[in-house]
Design a protein around this ligand. Structure first.
Ligand code: NDP
Length: 243
C-alpha cells in the first residue's frame, strides 16, 4: 500500500499536542486512525471531530507503560480494519530537573513512558508487520535526542535511546520502514509535567519561539506517504531561528 489513502495508523499519546494534530492531519488526508492515551475524554472529542469532518477514527484508553494495553490498541486497529500500516510511537513526558534534585520517581516515569512505552509499541506492531511483510514505525524523538542541555539529562537520554532503538530496528528490518521524527520546540502540553521551578522558568523562555504541532504532523505525513521502497530515516523540524 502506497500513499496515505486508507492506511491504518495507530498513534499513541494522541490526546494533545503532536499526537492529536497528527491524527487530525492524517485523517484529513484519508488515513484511518486509531488513537490511544490515558485521557479518554480528549480522545473522544478528537474522534468526534475527525468523524464530523468525514474521516475514520477509533480510540481506546492506553497507558503505554502497560505492555498489554499497547498490544490491545494495535489489536483494536487490526480487528476494525484488518491491517495496521503504521504505528506512531509518540507518547512522551518531559519532567525536567537538575540531576542533583534527585527526582528519581520522575526519572523512572520518563524511562517507563519514553523508552519502555516506545518498545512496547514496537513489540505490539512487529508481529502484525511481519505477517503482512510490511509496516512502518514512526518514532518521536526530539532535538534532545541530538544534544544534552542542563536539567534535561534524563529526558535527553530517553530521546537518544529512541534514536538508538530506531536506528537498530531500521538496520535489522527488510520489510519494515522506520522513521525518527525529531522536533524542536513545539506548542503542546509537554512542559506541564515539569515540577522543578528553575527548570519550569527556563523552559518558559526556551519555549517562547515554538511552532504549532501541525508542523510535525506534516513531516509525519511526508514520511508515511512515500512509496513503499522509500524509507525516510529521520526528519528534524525546528522553529526558524530557534531550537
Ligand atoms: P503533550 O504533553 O501535549 O502530549 C503528550 C502525549 O503523551 C499526551 O497525549 C499524553 O496523553 C501522552 N502520554 C503521556 N504519558 C502517557 C502514558 N503513560 N500512556 C499513554 N500516553 C501518555 O506533548 P507533545 O505533543 O509535545 O509530545 C509528544 C511527543 O513529542 C513526546 O514524545 C515528546 O517528547 C516529543 N517532543 C515534543 C517537543 C515539544 O517541544 N513539544 C519537542 C521534541 C519532542 P495522556 O496524558 O492523556 O495519557
Amino acid at each position: 500500500m502506497s500513499g496515505i489513502q486508507q492506511k491504518v495508523v495507530v498513534i499513541t499519546g494522541a490526546s494533545s499536542g503532536i499526537g492529536e494534530a497528527t491524527a487530525m492531519h492524517l485523517a484529513r488526508h484519508g488515513a484511518r486512525v486509531v488513537v490511544g492515551a490515558r485521557r479518554t475524554d480528549r480522545l473522544e472529542k478528537l474522534v468526534s471531530a475527525i468523524r464530523a469532518g468525514g474521516g475514520t477514527a477509533e480510540y481506546q484508553a492506553v497507558d503505554v507503560t502497560k505492555r498489554e494495553q499497547v498490544e490491545a490498541l494495535v489489536r483494536l486497529a487490526k480487528a476494525k480494519f484488518g491491517r495496521v500500516d503504521v504505528v506512531v510511537n509518540n507518547a512522551g513526558i518531559m519532567p525536567l530537573s537538575p540531576l542533583e534534585a534527585l527526582k528519581v520517581d520522575e526519572w523512572d516515569r520518563m524511562i517507563d513512558v519514553n523508552i519502555k512505552g516506545l518498545l512496547y509499541g514496537i513489540a505490539a506492531g512487529m508481529p502484525v508487520f511481519k505477517e503482512q511483510k510490511a509496516g512502518h514505525f514512526v518514532n518521536v524523538s526530539s532535538i534532545g535526542g541530538h544534544f544534552v542541555v542542563p536539567t534535561a539529562a534524563v529526558y535527553c537520554a530517553t530521546k537518544f535511546a529512541v534514536r538508538a532503538i530506531s536506528d537498530g530496528l531500521r538496520q535489522e528490518s527488510r520489510d519494515v520502514r522506520v522513521t525518527i521524527i525529531s522536533p524542536g520546540v513545539v506548542e503542546s502540553e509537554l512542559a506541564d509535567t515539569i515540577t522543578d521551578e528553575g527548570a519550569k522558568k527556563a523552559m518558559d523562555e526556551f519555549r517562547a519561539n515554538a511552532i504549532p504541532p501541525e508542523a510535525i504532523a506534516r513531516a509525519i505525513l511526508f514520511a508515511i506517504e512515500q512509496p513503499a521502497d522509500v524509507s525516510v530515516s529521520e526528519i528534524i523540524v525546528r522553529p526558524t531561528g530557534g531550537a
